[in-house]
Design a protein around this ligand. Sequence first.
Ligand SMILES: [Ca+2]
Ligand SMILES: [Ca+2]
Length: 486
Amino acid sequence: MKLPHLLTLLVLSASLAKALSKPNVLFLAIDDLNDWIGCLGGHPQVKTPNLDRLAARGTLFTNAHCQAPVCNPSRTSVMLGLRPSTTGIYSLQPSFKKVPKYANQVTIPKAFKLNGYATSTMGKIYHSALPKGEFDKAGARPPLRNRFPDEKLVNTPKNHKLVDWGVWPPKDSDQLDYKTADWAVHELSQKPKDPFFMAVGFFRPHVPLYASQKWFDLYPEDSLVLPPIRRDDRKDTPRFSWYLHWSLPEPRLKFLDESKQVKNKVRSYLASVSFVDSQVGRVLDALQESGLEDNTIIVCWSDHGYHLGEKEITGKNTLWDPTTRVPLMFAGPGISKGARCGRPAELLDIYPTLAELCGLKSVPEEIEGLSLVPQLEDAKAPRSRPAMTSHGPGNDSARTETHRFIRYADGSEELYDVRKDPHEFKNLASDPKTKKLRKKLVTYFPQNPAKPVEGSNARLIERKKDGSVYWENSLIEKDAKIPEYE
Ligand SMILES: [Ca+2]
Ligand SMILES: [Ca+2]
């Protein structure tokens, strides 16, 4: 009788040890990546074998949306677990570190650190320079030769240095993302101290949309499929929708049409996506080779999407799917494999999800997301609310499984039935039959959105109480022509 008893003890202690050993976390952030990845099907030709294999290893959220349609507020919302309408951080500045109320907030990496994790990072996780004290260890940004060509490849109306696209640089290893992947590969090969939280932030497909020739070769120009663009799509969107992207460094569709750049820009974006996918692949391979894969949770997300002509614009700063819909996937211990979840999900949910998966104790009570663990166990598990996105106070959007609803700060509205109209072409908000639904969806919006914090500026849209509207703190005249459009 002694032997079975010993065996039982051994089995018990092995499962106890497993339960006690905290999983590592590999946190992969990608900048400006919309739903143009193979497993989300946003573009029929896109090639992202590495993101696709990660999705196949875990659970992919097919209806995930950012909380703000620009870098700084979206990333702040993810890392602090708070909505822009709560913090008042809506624009490209300030960093939360400059907002006294949030300067010492327990962010995701800090929560891991407080729970005994070794934390490290390289690349773009926060929008601005990496705040001090966020991670134990940070990879240094290396000097880059060939970061920019001698002259811009495309002359755009604003001629912003970053707003450029085409074949560049000659070698992948000249790209910052390559160096970032190098760093992660090296760190993983050293078998980091257990448990670890490693955040790796990739910069493409943020502009400039540069990739070397081999990535362009994946998308021959003569067979290129263009996104669903309707050149009269803004006829039924309110004037206020233009205020959300009143004047951007990114050109309008009109410029792309006139300069015959639609195909070139679409190809450049696709090439940039495939390039960044290859760098994600290098990191995933390194994790596998390290032997740590079985005890590592991987989460991969993008801070918001990107328009390539849809709704007659390029860039972000909107409340429609091309901007709000983002890749979000989890893989690792306790997560269903090969699952696709169509329930609305928010990037805000990453914080409580990781906290639950890793059994974190020191997590701020006020974080606003909902843990996605029920959906990671069973993709059909219900979800109590839509995914919300805000751009400036009072401009809100709710995405359910069937509809997209938008209300702007002046009360104008849009409603799309995405079952019949997945590209949000036909605004149904003026149809009286939709009133009941619109009234219901309004109830999810923030009731008293925070005012923009001091120092807010770039990409800030604000409607004052007297009805005047300010773009980046400058008044928009009531009858002003829409820049670069009218
Ligand atoms: Ca971004
Ligand atoms: Ca339309």
